[in-house]
Design a binder for this molecule. Structure first.
Ligand SMILES: [Zn+2]
Length: 254
């Protein structure tokens, strides 16, 4: 099942629009604000955005990253989140080869992007994100691929349990939000969550080494680095290479 060019174009547009909504989620969810009211407004002067000033990516480029009303800069992160979501969406549709793989893959991208950035900003991964994510994963997985659901539930328990042990052994830098996110990733990825966790740990060790190199061993060890973004990157490894890595591993060692 390979997507044609037009399908990929529509996927990219859908990704830009969803990325625009994810910006709202990233900003408002950890603050306990409504995701729908009020409408989008400039964070500096509060002016409401007209629809044509709120077109994903395009408006930011046309306005050259500034508010039309007060001229204050609008962070480049907004269009970057939109473009990243669009590119990941296109990659999911182009590379995954089953309906269930595509649906769960798109939903996982829509969870990992806000989870990683909210954790980076606030050092939390809200239940208001994780619980709906778990529900979507179980409902979509059961509806589209009931035979695969036991594997995904076991993967969730294994990934969550593995990280729970890591949190108990090494509390600094990781928390229960990370444990829950790992479990949610298992619900989406099934056995590919194994390579995802490995990817997250490799990124974590690399980032830890950079922090220690920059700040020295004593201060570096005290610097708590949020693990959510690393789980997000690991999740992408699992999403795009997890199946291949698991097959290779089984063929080589099993
Ligand atoms: Zn403004």
């Amino acid at each position: 099942m390979h997507a044609n060019f037009l399908e990929l174009v529509f996927t990219a547009i859908g990704g830009l629009i969803l990325g625009s909504f994810l910006n709202v989620v990233i900003h408002r969810l950890p603050r306990g604000e409504s995701l729908v009211r009020p409408g989008s407004h400039c964070p500096h002067c509060g002016v409401s955005l007209r629809p044509w000033d709120n077109v994903p990516l395009v408006s930011w480029l046309v306005l050259r990253g500034r508010c039309r009303e007060c001229g204050e800069p609008i962070a480049a992160r907004y269009p970057l989140v939109e473009v990243a979501t669009a590119l990941l969406f296109v990659a999911v549709v182009a590379l995954r080869d089953s309906t269930v793989g595509i649906v769960l893959g798109l939903a996982l991208v829509a969870v990992l992007v806000p989870a990683a950035l909210i954790d980076l900003d606030h050092r939390i991964i809200p239940n208001r994100l994780l619980l709906p994510a778990a529900a979507v994963a179980i409902l979509a997985g059961t509806a589209l691929d009931p035979a695969g659901e036991p594997e995904r539930l076991i993967a969730a328990a294994a990934a969550g349990g593995f990280l729970l042990l890591a949190v108990l052994a090494y509390p600094r830098g990781m928390g229960m939000g990370d444990v829950k996110l790992a479990a949610v990733m298992g619900l989406f990825l099934g056995r590919a969550v194994g390579p995802a966790m490995l990817g997250a740990l490799v990124v974590g060790v690399a980032v830890g080494a950079v922090v220690i190199a920059r700040h020295g061993a004593v201060r570096g060890r005290k610097t708590a680095v949020p693990f959510g973004p690393m789980l997000g990157l690991g999740g992408l490894v699992g999403l795009f290479a997890g199946g291949a890595i698991v097959s290779w591993y089984l063929a080589t060692f099993a």
